[in-house]
Design a protein around this ligand. Structure first.
Ligand SMILES: *[C@@H]1O[C@H](CO)[C@@H](O)[C@H](O)[C@H]1NC(C)=O
Ligand SMILES: *[C@@H]1O[C@H](CO)[C@@H](O)[C@H](O)[C@H]1NC(C)=O
Ligand SMILES: *[C@@H]1O[C@H](CO)[C@@H](O)[C@H](O)[C@H]1NC(C)=O
Ligand SMILES: *[C@@H]1O[C@H](CO)[C@@H](O)[C@H](O)[C@H]1NC(C)=O
Ligand SMILES: *[C@@H]1O[C@H](CO)[C@@H](O)[C@H](O)[C@H]1NC(C)=O
Ligand SMILES: *[C@@H]1O[C@H](CO)[C@@H](O)[C@H](O)[C@H]1NC(C)=O
Ligand SMILES: *[C@@H]1O[C@H](CO)[C@@H](O)[C@H](O)[C@H]1NC(C)=O
Ligand SMILES: *[C@@H]1O[C@H](CO)[C@@H](O)[C@H](O)[C@H]1NC(C)=O
Ligand SMILES: *[C@@H]1O[C@H](CO)[C@@H](O)[C@H](O)[C@H]1NC(C)=O
Length: 443
């Protein structure tokens, strides 16, 4: 007896996913301008930066990326991109604040001044001043909690042994180089046109962030882990990420369909070794039922026969690829969606993952092989599809160019075949086939 369990999870991400998306966009554009050394979203320096705040409340937050500026112009580039992407951000000098979210944030862009700690001029006797960069600390000779006290102290006011005589630390600031939110660099002093800003920064403090919600991130992670680990013939997964576009507003939706072929009629739960990570993600709706194969087929909506415009594109990631590949794909997809949303020609864009386990390739080989001739090892076929608005047969030229850029931006695992049914005509699908040479002899 053939019995299937079907679960359809509809994950409808909320506003906070849009926040993540803005940050992802900002991270991408900052990295493209400053390079991967000054902008990081993983690796030892990122980890150290993300967890380096003095207070655990801030050390446990995880930014989407960290910008490590070396000079003021780097900060300008970062702020400009953050501004243009509408991303959330936080700034950390010493990371001493005990207020959660004040010097680190979940999912946004963190600007970390650890590399900008120069005292760029020696003491100027004439003006009785000294210039410091924001990452300057009380010194490497220091051990203990207060070593992390840096220039942020001054923005918060700052109290020292000299305060009763000379005022708060901030009262002694003569001039501030300030990068405004749009990336403009200004010098604020007590009597220039930025005098109000100068005054505000003396004790007005840093800024704070809020937590985003990361269901879609979690779905992407679980998909990547599934592709990396699931080999057998009994499980089927279909993960659809959709960016719905309504009057230029983008709403992300994730839908996950899990199928598992069980012969044990008493089994009522899906195997957690295969689907556990996906099932642990909070979903807005979830429906787990036993169905016959015919009923499974009927869960696919009939749809419209014809008459609507659709565009496709294919990509493949082997099971050996890192999770970051998936997140990069989504960031490119989001950027693409953003680029075409204003054309009015799209209902939605989608990024659909169909894992293809080794058992599928083995089954084909056992039946005499096919032209696709995929290698063993498992991979995921990605479908980068778009539904055009009613009556639109072809996307506008600039949107089509954006699609080509998107397709070219994506990483591809060499040696794995594109899924022809879901290719863009500009993609050379046969190039990706193992049997290309043999196919050519059939003409
Ligand atoms: C993300 O950016 C868009 C504009 O690009 C903006 O409308 C939206 O409010 C931003 N999201 C958040 C939560 O800041
Ligand atoms: C500190 O800044 C000064 C002046 O900008 C520069 O000449 C010097 O190289 C910097 N030192 C370090 C260690 O970055
Ligand atoms: C995301 O937000 C929704 C609605 O507020 C909530 O139900 C869901 O549990 C959140 N997901 C995560 C991963 O925090
Ligand atoms: C997804 O995986 C990345 C990399 O392993 C991790 O940094 C991130 O926290 C994960 N996100 C969620 C929501 O689980
Ligand atoms: C379900 O599994 C049984 C054996 O466990 C197999 O005979 C059957 O073909 C499978 N059904 C499908 C649709 O794969
Ligand atoms: C299902 O459960 C019933 C009642 O507990 C039991 O009699 C039967 O053997 C079970 N069937 C299988 C396939 O385990
Ligand atoms: C669950 O899915 C089945 C099969 O598609 C459907 O018949 C049923 O109405 C669904 N239940 C809910 C509560 O949506
Ligand atoms: C099918 O498309 C037509 C327009 O081509 C539309 O009016 C109709 O609502 C669609 N039907 C469904 C079920 O989506
Ligand atoms: C985002 O898409 C636009 C339009 O295709 C393109 O010009 C831009 O370079 C893309 N940005 C990134 C960071 O990929």
């Amino acid at each position: 007896m053939k019995i299937y369990i079907l679960i359809q999870i509809l994950l409808s991400a909320t506003l906070s996913f849009a926040q993540d998306q803005n940050a992802t966009r900002a991270c991408f554009s900052i990295e493209s301008l400053l390079g991967p050394i000054k902008v990081q979203s993983s690796g030892p320096q990122f980890e150290a930066g993300a967890t380096g705040a003095w207070n655990l409340a801030n050390a446990q937050l995880r930014p989407a990326c960290i910008v490590f500026p070396l000079e003021t112009s780097d900060v300008q580039v970062a702020m400009k991109a953050i501004f243009q992407s509408n991303a959330r951000y936080a700034v950390q000098a010493g990371g001493h604040s005990a207020m959660e979210g004040w010097n680190n944030l979940q999912g946004g862009v963190l600007i970390l001044f650890s590399q900008m700690n120069n005292i760029s001029e020696s003491y100027n006797q004439e003006t009785d001043t000294i210039s410091v960069e924001p990452g300057l600390t009380r010194g490497n000779k220091c051990n203990g909690a207060f070593c992390s006290v840096e220039t942020g102290l001054l923005l918060g006011g700052g109290i020292s042994f000299l305060s009763p005589a000379h005022g708060f630390g901030a009262d002694n600031i003569k001039s501030l180089d300030v990068v405004l939110v749009d990336g403009t660099l200004v010098v604020a002093t007590v009597d220039d046109e930025y005098a109000d800003l100068f005054r505000a920064l003396k004790g007005g403090g840093n800024r704070y962030g809020i937590y985003p919600n990361s269901s879609v991130d979690a779905v992407i992670n679980a998909t990547a882990h599934y592709v990396q680990t699931v080999e057998g013939p009994s499980a089927v997964l279909l993960v659809s990420l959709v960016n719905a576009i309504v009057s230029e507003e983008i709403t992300p939706i994730a839908q996950v369909e899990l199928f598992y072929n069980v012969t044990d009629t008493n089994l009522t739960t899906l195997p957690s070794s295969i689907f556990g990570e996906l099932l642990s993600i909070p979903a807005s709706t979830s429906n787990i039922t036993r169905l016959s194969y015919l009923e499974v087929l009927n869960t696919i909506p009939a749809g419209n026969n014809s008459g609507s415009g659709e565009t496709f594109g294919a990509e493949v990631f082997s099971s050996a690829e890192d999770i970051q590949m998936y997140h990069d794909a989504r960031a490119h997809w989001d950027n693409f969606t953003q680029a075409v949303a204003g054309t009015g020609a799209y209902f939605f864009t989608s990024l659909i993952s169909t894992p293809i386990p080794s058992s599928q390739i083995e089954a084909g080989r056992a039946r005499g092989g096919n032209a696709i001739d995929a290698p063993l090892g498992g991979y995921v076929a990605l479908n980068l599809g778009e539904q055009l608005t009613l009556g639109v047969a072809q996307p506008p030229a600039e949107a089509d160019e954006a699609k080509l850029l998107f397709l070219n931006q994506l990483h591809r695992s060499p040696g794995f075949p594109f899924f022809m049914n879901e290719c863009d005509k500009r993609q050379n699908v046969y190039e990706t086939y193992g049997e290309k040479k043999k196919l050519l002899t059939c003409y």
